[in-house]
Design a protein. Structure first.
Length: 243
């Protein structure tokens, strides 16, 4: 066994036992323990780490710990905003894509509303979720920290908030989603990209009052649902404006 001293900052302290919060503490580690292994043993999923310092120098999660090492662990958000060097990448390059676990169906629907490719099925088992996220380079969204500790998970995000609106706001802040948003471009039901259709193409499927009041429509080529800018649409737009 070897000893290293750990100090966690910011939101990472929420994952820790009370004895490890707000101060540096000495921890016994296995002789071949990596930083990732020991950080997760203390309760923090590796996906939540934004910057790891060992003896004052940026380090990878695979770093083997030695006797007397000083380990400082920061959350992702604080240093993404500051542009610090030595960051651990928490999301794939390009437009973010997601897969949400069974408890985040309402959040998945709101992400689709904002235009984000978001897979969700409450029948997904944890191994399938982890494999899907890795295979398709999706960010795995969950409130299950043990799921995020799986080795297959490269990109993941523990969602702290409980209410769907607050969860969406949390992701917008942490992952910088605002610049990528494309509201009402995906089907809320099946996640497929929507296409614009004319009134003439869909007139026979519309209630008379809708035909009289609206000219612009969107159609889902996968599940054949129709969308138009009615009162429900305006309510969703106002909801997204608050994020």
């Amino acid at each position: 066994m070897t000893q290293a001293r750990f100090r966690f900052h910011g939101t990472l302290e929420r994952f820790l036992a009370p004895a490890h919060r707000g101060r540096a503490t000495w921890v016994e580690c296995a002789a071949v323990a990596s930083a990732k292994h020991q950080i997760e043993a203390l309760g923090v999923p590796h996906t939540e780490v934004g910057l790891l310092l060992v003896n004052g120098e940026p380090a990878e999660l695979t770093r083997r710990l030695g006797e007397g090492d000083e380990v400082i662990v920061h959350p992702a958000l604080a240093f993404e905003c500051a542009g610090a060097s030595g960051l651990i990448r928490n999301q794939p390059p390009g437009r973010p894509r997601f897969v949400a676990d069974a408890h985040l169906g309402a959040l998945a629907r709101r992400l689709r509303m904002a235009g984000f490719d978001t897979l969700y099925d409450n029948a997904y088992a944890d191994p399938a979720l982890a494999d899907l996220a890795r295979r398709e380079e999706r960010i795995l969204l969950t409130r299950d920290r043990e799921l995020l500790k799986r080795r297959q998970v490269v990109y993941g995000c523990y969602v702290h908030a409980l209410r769907p609106e607050a969860q969406l706001h949390e992701l917008y802040q942490r992952l910088g989603l605002r610049t990528w948003a494309a509201p009402f471009s995906r089907c809320l039901a099946c996640n497929s990209p929507l296409r614009a259709v004319s009134l003439e193409e869909v007139a026979e499927r519309l209630p008379p009052r809708v035909r009289e009041r609206h000219l612009c429509f969107l159609s889902c080529p996968q599940c054949d649902k129709l969308f138009w800018e009615g009162s429900h649409w305006r309510a969703m737009r106002e909801r997204l404006a608050l994020v």
